[in-house]
Design a protein around this ligand. Structure first.
Ligand SMILES: [Zn+2]
Length: 173
């Protein structure tokens, strides 16, 4: 068990993949074992993990969703490509592909601005219907819009997940 934690610690210090591993580490097949262990050693490990998470220069988008490791460890986050793109800013986003020279145009096909995770969640007119549906559900539960990304995952995870599922990235390339 200690070796598992040690392994995870090593992984999370690999800053280049930091945020993806951060997301995956708690949803892998041995989630329950890992989760139990984390709770037994919660102060030491969570504190250490939080310090590394706070200090790393990577994962800015993901940090906006999950600034606190302790909160992140409380809940299971479903992982699928569209959701991962939104909470990491990596993957099939034109701004991301452009940064790595994979595409020469960072602009969203809506032509309003660069295609970032924030753009898709809050602005893109190609997702107006999906977003309005999400906003309606949030307001139906007494919530406000716009809201922060942290609130989206903390308070409206199910609604936000459905929004992510409703995105067809082939329509956004
Ligand atoms: Zn757009």
């Amino acid at each position: 068990m200690t070796r598992q934690i040690s392994c995870v610690s090593k992984i999370i210090t690999r800053a280049s993949s930091f945020c993806l591993y951060f997301l995956r580490s708690c949803v892998c097949h041995n989630y329950n074992t890992y989760h139990t262990h984390i709770h037994r050693h919660t102060h030491t490990h969570t504190h250490m993990w939080q310090r590394q998470w706070t200090d790393t220069g990577k994962g800015a988008v993901t940090k906006a969703f999950f600034p606190f490791v302790r909160n992140r460890l409380r809940g299971k986050i479903p992982i699928f490509p569209e959701f991962t793109v939104l909470v990491t800013g990596h993957g099939k986003l034109r701004s991301y592909l452009h940064r790595f020279g994979i595409t020469d145009n960072p602009m969203c096909p809506c032509e309003e601005e660069e295609q970032t995770a924030d753009h898709l969640i809050f602005q893109c007119k190609r997702l107006t219907n999906q977003r309005n549906n999400m906003i309606k559900q949030i307001k139906d539960t007494g919530g406000d819009w716009p809201t922060t990304k942290e609130t989206l995952v903390n308070n409206y995870l199910h609604i936000f997940v459905n929004f992510a599922k409703s995105i067809d990235f082939t329509d956004l390339q």
